[in-house]
Design a protein around this ligand. Structure first.
Ligand SMILES: C[S@@+](CC[C@H](N)C(=O)[O-])C[C@H]1O[C@@H](n2cnc3c(N)ncnc32)[C@H](O)[C@@H]1O
Length: 331
């Protein structure tokens, strides 16, 4: 193809000029020949030495694994457009029809996203008291421990042993913005501590409880990693701790069962303190059942509540949302 040949020392000046004229051919690697540089061009330009030369095509970097994955055409429309990234591990949700192509999908993800080192498929729903799921290894390292960064904190965790969702980062930041300096916080279902460690940047003290020994082990490591010495890890059932402390703010991040722990939350918050409650709700009526339950528990305890804010956190299942309700407890 047509090219201009220029001495090395003029190469940068000429390159800019060719771009300005709109004649530099895109998608080719510039060639070096001794003391000269060759630029591929799309039409003749005056005042420069023109030559004929071969150029290597530059590989166009794909943006999505879907551009490179090798699967039959009939299942291609089923390929998910996104997946979770936790540290250097990708976790993808595959429909049954795509499970036989799991390895090809995993390899394609590794190829396109160079920082990802292991790929797993969700092998079950989030289950049990610990809220963990089965994982199926698809490609890359057979490793489930990683270091995840979010909201300026670092979290070490094992995706197979503890609950963690990177999709809650914005919600955690929202709570952080509401928190006030010097507060006492009670994170009833802390996991590896993403709320606790973030809130510790403002709070005087954070009580962080979880039933899963692995979660508390990682929480302790994350306290060290982030120098969050004002976080107090508590291993065990939150029912044993609740009511024994008084917090300005209580976080109830156990959407599946939070309604069963409302009494504990209300007994643990001081008069005028705030509870951040999470649940799941159907699209047609997201909040009313949860709010009725919150009011009923408060009444049982002789308290009242003032609702401060309600919002959708993220989609959960078809026509189901993970919701949040913030309320103040008046005793
Ligand atoms: C949905 S996860 C949330 C974890 C964390 N807040 C986060 O954002 O990653 C709920 C956590 O509650 C813990 N859990 C469940 N029942 C509990 C109980 N009765 N007492 C204390 N922790 C409990 C589980 O082990 C799990 O780690």
């Amino acid at each position: 193809m047509l090219a201009v040949k220029v001495p090395k020392r003029e190469a940068e000046k000429v390159r800019r000029k060719l771009i300005e004229l709109g004649v530099l051919a895109k998608g080719y690697a510039v060639r070096r020949e001794g003391e000269f540089v060759l630029f591929p061009i799309t039409r003749e330009v005056e005042g420069l030495e023109l030559v004929e030369a071969e150029f290597e095509r530059l590989e166009k970097r794909p943006h999505s694994y879907r551009e490179v994955v090798d699967v039959p055409d009939d299942v291609r429309p089923l390929l998910p457009s996104s997946f979770d990234i936790i540290g250097d591990i990708a976790i993808i949700e595959l429909p049954d029809e795509l499970i036989p192509y799991g390895n090809a999908i995993g390899e394609a993800i590794l190829k396109v996203h160079r920082h990802i080192k292991a790929v797993f498929a969700k092998g079950s729903k989030v289950e049990g008291e610990y809220r963990v799921r089965e994982l199926i290894h698809l490609a890359g390292e057979k490793r489930t421990e990683t270091l995840h960064r979010e909201n300026g904190i670092r979290l070490r965790l094992d995706v197979a042993k503890v609950y963690f969702s990177p999709r809650l980062a914005t919600e955690r930041m929202r709570i952080f913005k509401k928190a006030k300096s010097g507060e006492v916080v009670f994170d009833m279902f802390t996991g590896v501590g993403p709320y606790s460690i973030l809130l510790a940047r403002k709070a005087k003290l954070v009580f962080a409880c979880d039933l899963n020994p692995w979660a508390v082990r990682y929480l302790e490591e994350n306290i060290r990693l982030n120098k969050a010495s004002n976080v107090v890890p508590i291993l065990g059932d939150v029912r044993k701790v609740a009511g024994k402390l008084r917090a300005d703010r209580v976080v109830m991040n156990l959407p599946k069962f939070a309604d069963r722990f409302l009494k504990e939350a209300m007994l643990s918050v001081r008069n005028g303190g705030v509870v951040h409650y999470y649940g799941f709700g159907p699209e047609e009526d997201l909040y009313s059942e949860h709010e009725a339950r919150i009011k009923a528990v408060a009444r049982e305890l002789g308290f009242s509540v003032e609702f401060l804010e309600r919002r959708k956190v993220r989609p959960y299942a078809p026509r189901q949302f993970n919701i949040a309700i913030d309320f103040r407890v008046l005793k």
